[in-house]
Design a protein around this ligand. Structure first.
Ligand code: DQQ
Length: 532
């Protein structure tokens, strides 16, 4: 069949099922991405570790699966895990295996030939399994993180778990990376959450955007604990302090430790993120799985399912209250045909096409400024209205009174019957301005049925003193948006039936009753990445 939904520069295997990213790392100058992969089907099951390598995180060479179910401790699937670079510079993989009883066990694999930068062959440790669950937690014990070496020379790693109904990051310690002992007290848990999958624990600098190696411990850093909360399929995080003497992580005052109102890495379709420290460029990069919105029947017809986000650099915002994410700079190597517009007024009810850009494969950066007199016209948001997704879902992107919705219509058909809108709306709440960032998918496909609930996030910026920026990456069936320079991200899938390939358009629009200023707009067509 024709494949209008395959991507041009978001990683996906040539066919079949893919879910979580596993063990991303850089080794001898080569980036490695492993992923949950079913080599025999477009549906989840029989999980192998797919393996691809790259020199730029954009163009990928696909290798044979690195790990496959073969031993009693992983015969029912090689599930998610992470890479750790050991003291001698070689990598080690910790991953979850599922045995014939569906018990989850942690295992170790190492490269067969560490002199090969592509690391195409992996050997499972004869000591596997190296961590085993409690009787009552057999199916609640998975996804080891990247391990870190303490100043005492002892390795630590966390494993996702639910203990007594609490979301829990179990802590294990080892002197030799083979014999691991569970500590009496987990690194952290929350009684406001349940099973945590794919925990990711890493340090961030408080005064620099540079990334830090996972083991770094010194004053002037904070730690981040990210959990994938299975109950609601959300990747949420807290920022806090890691006491490495007692191995306790404590979120800072004010952080919400649940996935409902805590901070999220992305407020759209996004799960099981994993980060790694890129020692070549001193940055931390994060990648996540973006699944399909459509049904398994459609996955079978198209023969594949699942994408990875475009790799993002991640760091702590200067104010220390949230993380910031931004597409890695290598995306610039894909850019063609820049279109630039400056200082235009977008009247109430108007739209303008960004022509001469390939609408199905594009990178758009736009910055709005809102005059104070216009801001004063913002609608009042009731003080009990605190759920941005609900507000975005109710208000949407269609014509409204007030400041916004304004933003971008992407994957839009010739006559705009079909489109995905990424938008801002500004409200007044308790004498302050509140900026809502939303993604309206109600009209994203006229031909296919799927969950089209809108996404929404509050953006932590002051529209009086700051411009409102939006960056959107469009790639056939995925739209990734970064608001306020990456303070809030929303990823969505769209399956247009009219706005495909050359018939996909991009517009900047304003459906509010007040004009707004576009201070700058830059858009590029993006080339196809090489994946083979
Ligand atoms: N996916 C893996 C698990 C993990 C889940 C199985 C998260 O290891 O908990 O495919 O999406």
């Amino acid at each position: 069949m024709a494949q209008p939904y395959r991507t041009a520069y978001h990683f996906q295997p040539l066919k079949n099922w893919m879910n979580d990213p596993n063990g991303p790392m850089i080794y001898k100058g080569i980036y490695h991405l492993f992923y949950q992969y079913n080599p025999g089907s477009a549906l989840w099951g029989n999980l192998h570790w797919g393996h691809s390598t790259s020199t730029d995180l954009i163009n990928w060479t696909i290798h044979p699966p690195a790990l496959l179910p073969s031993d009693p401790y992983d015969i029912n699937g090689c599930w998610s895990g992470s890479a750790t670079i050991l003291q001698d510079g070689t990598p080690a993989m910790l991953y979850t295996g599922r045995d014939s009883q569906d018990t989850q066990l942690q295992n170790l694999a190492v490269p067969k030939d560490p002199s090969d930068p592509y690391l195409v062959e992996w050997i499972k440790s004869p000591s596997n399994p190296i961590m085993t669950p409690n009787e009552e937690e057999k199916e609640l014990f998975r996804d080891p993180s990247t391990a870190w070496l303490g100043p005492d020379g002892i390795w630590r790693v966390i494993v996702g778990n639910e203990r007594e109904h609490n979301g829990t990051a179990l802590l294990y310690k080892s002197k030799n990376f083979i014999h691991w002992t569970e500590t009496e007290r987990p690194l952290h848990w929350s009684n406001e959450s349940t099973m945590w999958e794919c925990p990711d624990f890493f340090p961030v600098s408080i005064d620099s955007e540079k990334g830090l190696d996972t083991a770094v411990i010194f004053p002037g850093i904070k730690h981040v604990l990210k959990n994938s909360a299975i109950r609601s399929w959300v990747d949420y995080y807290t920022i806090g302090t890691y006491d490495h003497h007692n191995d306790i992580y404590t979120p800072d005052e004010g952080f919400v430790d649940n996935e409902y109102s805590g901070l999220r890495l992305d407020y759209g379709r996004y799960y099981a993120a994993k980060s790694f420290f890129d020692s070549a460029k001193n940055r931390r990069i994060i990648i996540a799985w973006v699944n399909e919105s459509t049904s398994p029947e459609i996955d079978i017809i198209k023969g594949w399912s699942g994408l990875q986000t475009f790799p993002r650099e991640i760091w702590l915002d200067r104010a220390g209250k949230q993380l910031v994410q931004w597409p890695i700079e290598e995306i610039e190597t894909l850019r063609l045909n820049q279109v630039e517009i400056q200082n235009i007024t977008l009247e109430a009810g108007s739209k303008r096409e960004i022509s001469s850009v390939t609408g199905a494969q594009a990178d758009v950066e736009i910055s709005f400024s809102i005059p104070l007199a216009v801001l004063e016209q913002a609608e009042v948001l009731e003080s009990n209205s605190t759920n941005p997704q609900e507000i975005a879902n109710q208000s949407g992107s269609s014509t409204n009174t007030g400041v916004g919705p304004f933003g971008l219509l992407v994957l839009a058909s010739n006559n705009i019957e079909e489109y995905t809108a990424v938008f801002f709306r500004i409200f007044k709440q308790n004498d302050k301005f509140v900026v809502l960032m939303g993604c309206d998918q109600k009209r994203s496909s006229l031909g296919l049925e799927y969950d089209k609930t809108n996404y929404g996030a509050f953006l932590d910026i002051d529209p009086v003193t700051e411009k409102l920026s939006l960056r959107t990456l469009i790639d056939h069936s995925i739209v990734e948006s970064f608001g306020g320079g990456g303070k809030a991200c929303i990823t969505t899938r769209a399956y247009p039936t009219l706005a495909i390939n050359d018939n996909a358009h991009i517009f900047v629009f304003n459906n509010g009753s007040q004009h707004v200023e576009v201070s700058s707009l830059n858009a590029w067509s993006l080339k196809q990445a090489q994946i083979n």
